[in-house]
Design a protein around this ligand. Structure first.
Ligand SMILES: [Zn+2]
Length: 176
């Protein structure tokens, strides 16, 4: 049973939607209360979307901050998982290497040179800043981007993770 703080009733857990961030894995309000709320506020979702659209920078910044705050925790979790799943780590790495080989096939010598340089820059910045850096494709590979030197940038890992394949954006504005 779980107490719904809205209707002030004890109801079976099955009447609460799932929510990973809550301690018991369920939402605060029961399904009936949630439905009532949604019917009363039909435009809620649209207004949230509108706010996010209008305040993109703030939202990105907030999300980066929260990721940074939780970084130590996630790093630890990831390390634990990697230790427990060495074959999977190996397989993922092999897949990644193959993908990169394909990406680099047909790449001109200068772009290959820039990529190697970027790898060194990642190492250097990791050491200098204590924050993890990644090589990023301005236009993601999945959106048809290549590893040519014009499409490569070195960015903080939090930014890269956040960006995933959603945003096409230069981290540093460059002059011509
Ligand atoms: Zn309720």
């Amino acid at each position: 049973m779980k107490y719904c703080t809205k209707c002030k009733l004890d109801k079976p857990l099955s009447q609460f939607g799932k929510c990973k961030s809550k301690k018991d894995g369920h939402q605060q309000y029961c399904n009936a209360c949630k439905l009532k709320y949604q019917q009363k506020n039909p435009n809620r979702k649209a207004s949230v979307t509108k706010y996010r659209e209008a305040n993109k920078d703030i939202c990105i910044f907030r999300s980066i901050l929260s990721q940074q705050k939780n970084r130590a925790h996630y790093n630890m979790k990831a390390a634990e998982w990697q230790k427990a799943n060495p074959e999977k780590v190996k397989a993922t790495r092999a897949r990644y290497d193959k993908k990169r080989q394909i990406q680099h096939r047909g790449l001109d010598a200068f772009s290959r040179f820039v990529f190697e340089e970027a790898k060194e820059l990642v190492k250097l910045r990791n050491e200098l800043t204590g924050v993890k850096w990644n090589i990023d494709h301005v236009i993601p590979i999945s959106k048809g981007g290549t590893s040519e030197y014009t499409n490569i940038q070195v960015v903080p890992e939090v930014y890269n993770r956040h960006k995933a394949t959603k945003l096409v954006q230069r981290y540093f504005l460059t002059t011509k």
